[in-house]
Design a protein around this ligand. Structure first.
Ligand SMILES: [Zn+2]
Length: 102
């Protein structure tokens, strides 16, 4: 799906409609210290011992059969106001296989 590069949109900071630069949100780097991570368990000293080493007994939900069946993803758009340079997120996402700017 094609998305316009600039769009007129309401800016809550300027309190009026201004031209906004549209951009896709950047992919976030995976965190190494998330709850189920091995690094975190090692640092807490619970990654030692027998058996499951205090980890989960079921595989991650992303390993389930039915997960990831959808072929499209919700696009995460960011709007940057040209007047005050502040960024806003879209209030409602839509599904699209591929998003590109026209
Ligand atoms: Zn603004």
């Amino acid at each position: 799906m094609k998305i316009p590069k600039a769009k007129k949109r309401y800016c809550p900071y300027c309190k009026k409609h201004t031209v906004h630069k549209v951009a896709l949100a950047k992919k976030k780097k995976p965190r190494s210290m998330t709850y189920g991570s091995k690094v975190r368990a090692k640092r807490r000293g619970v990654a030692r011992g027998a058996g499951n080493m205090g980890r989960y007994s079921k595989p991650a939900i992303s390993k389930f059969k039915m997960t990831g069946k959808k072929t499209s993803k919700k696009v995460d758009l960011r709007f940057e106001c040209k007047d005050c340079k502040k960024q806003h997120v879209q209030n409602k996402g839509f599904r699209s296989r591929r998003a590109e700017f026209k």
